[in-house]
Design a binder for this molecule. Structure first.
Ligand code: PMP
Length: 439
């Protein structure tokens, strides 16, 4: 592994030299005329191709009970696919329902139902509460935050750690304040840090005393089966933990096949207590006479079994793992030991979390943009898009080809080094011409 001296330990002359070198490297990068995109966690075309057998399925128009899937009905979703997901999520089929192509839309529907009707354990509808607050572990998934913000729900941040949210902070927030109604959790290979919620943290979430009787854990297990190594993380069984702690309705689990089959034409899943399932379906019945069972049947035929899903994910891994290795290699080659960046080496999921020198993330993203490398806006993983330390950048290497990931990440590393050198030089009062950066 390449190691470098920490930037802060360089003499003024050495730092000036380093900065000039980075400016030259950056000028070269700009001349290369790149057009690369590491912004969103989308599967690549090569990954989508893995599921193209779906285009010729289903072979039957009837489910195993003989029901014509082309017709209305079956709001809870196709039994055979619910069984597969129940096994994967370690719960029973009676606690699993299927939706359309988006789990995010099931999350939104759930929150709207809490607002307009109140949940199973709600003393009143959330819309009639003076205030509704959600705990948002940061960095986290930007769409979770914008979803609750769109309803005027106030967001309280806690740190996301390697084993889940900072539980002392979570417990303190929920204990006294009945307006704290929910928490977002991405338990497995979290977006964006790759953290996996430990058994201990899950057990504390399930058991903790909350002032709100209808406090809800939005357990978004979007990356439950999306391993990048042979060390496969096992998601904690939040439904059983909560039931055993006397809070059966506290967690609602979401997942989907968006990053298993087709991101735009998969099947979403919701798992919860039977009471919560009945509550959700009652309100859903006002909006739909039944889901797209043709799509559900072709997924059931395509997978065959829970093992079929696992085998399919191994093929995704073969495509994705080298891209994540390339991200780490590029960052290590240029930045290891410099004391100006830290990054995750996730064992699953879709993202690499890059923390750069405080106060330089926006500059890094702007430099990359001007060199033709699109990154997620700095701060995107924080409520309202504001990272108080301006240091966090979410990298999404799944969509571009492997060579593109290598090229883009070498460029990103140059931008990180340049922005850090500029900042340290400025802090020391060194006068270095940064005109070449032209920003
Ligand atoms: N949850 C998380 C944590 C995600 O990262 C994503 C996709 N980026 C989604 C949900 C979206 O899921 P779906 O396609 O099922 O709406």
């Amino acid at each position: 592994m390449t190691t470098h001296a920490p930037l802060a330990a360089l003499t003024d002359d050495e730092l000036t030299r380093f900065l000039l070198d980075q400016q030259e490297a950056y000028a070269q990068l700009q001349r290369a005329g790149l057009k690369l995109d590491l912004t969103r966690g989308k599967p690549s075309a090569e990954q989508l191709d893995l599921s193209d057998a779906l285009l010729h399925l289903p072979t039957s128009t009837k489910d195993r009970a003989g029901v014509d899937v082309r017709n209305y009905g079956g709001l809870e979703g196709l039994a055979e696919l619910r069984e597969i997901f129940a096994e994967l999520l370690a719960t029973s089929p009676s606690q699993v329902i299927l939706g359309g192509n988006s789990s995010l839309s099931m999350m939104q529907t759930t929150i709207v139902d809490f607002l307009l009707h109140g949940g199973v354990d709600s003393p009143r509808r959330w819309a009639d509460e003076e205030k509704v607050r959600f705990i948002c572990p940061v960095p986290g998934y930007d769409r979770h935050f914008s979803l609750v913000a769109s309803f005027g729900i106030e967001m309280l941040t806690v740190d996301m750690r390697a084993d889940g949210p900072d539980m002392a902070a979570v417990e303190a927030l929920v204990k006294e304040d009945p307006s704290v109604k929910g928490i977002w959790i991405v338990p497995t290979y979290s977006n964006p840090t790759g953290a996996v919620v430990s058994q201990e943290v899950a057990a504390r979430l399930a058991a903790m005393p909350t002032a709100a009787p209808d406090f809800t854990i939005f357990w978004d297990n979007a990356y439950a089966f999306h391993h990048l190594t042979e060390e496969e993380a096992k998601s904690a069984d939040i439904l059983s933990l909560a039931a055993a702690s006397g809070h059966p309705n506290r967690p609602i689990v979401f997942a989907s096949t968006s990053k298993i089959t087709y991101a735009g034409a998969g099947v979403a899943v919701l798992a919860a207590s039977e009471a919560t399932i009945a509550w959700y379906l009652k309100h859903l019945s006002m909006a739909s006479i039944g889901p797209d069972k043709v799509n559900q049947l072709r997924h059931a035929e395509f997978f065959g079994s829970a093992q079929g899903v696992r085998d399919h994910m191994a093929r995704h891994r073969e495509i994705l793992a080298p891209k994540f290795d390339a991200v780490d290699a590029a960052l290590t080659a240029q930045l290891a030991g410099r004391g100006i960046a830290e990054w995750s080496r996730p064992t699953g999921g879709y993202f690499v979390n890059l923390d750069v020198l405080d106060g330089t993330a926006s500059r890094v993203v702007a430099l990359a943009k001007a060199a033709g490398i699109a990154l997620t806006p700095a701060g995107a993983s924080f409520p309202h898009g504001t990272d108080p330390r301006d240091r966090n950048i979410r990298l999404a290497p799944s969509f571009p080809g492997l060579d593109e990931v290598r090229t883009a990440m070498a460029g990103v590393a140059t931008c990180v080094a340049l922005a850090a050198a500029e900042r340290i030089a400025a802090d020391r009062g060194l006068r270095v011409d940064t005109a070449q950066s032209a920003l």
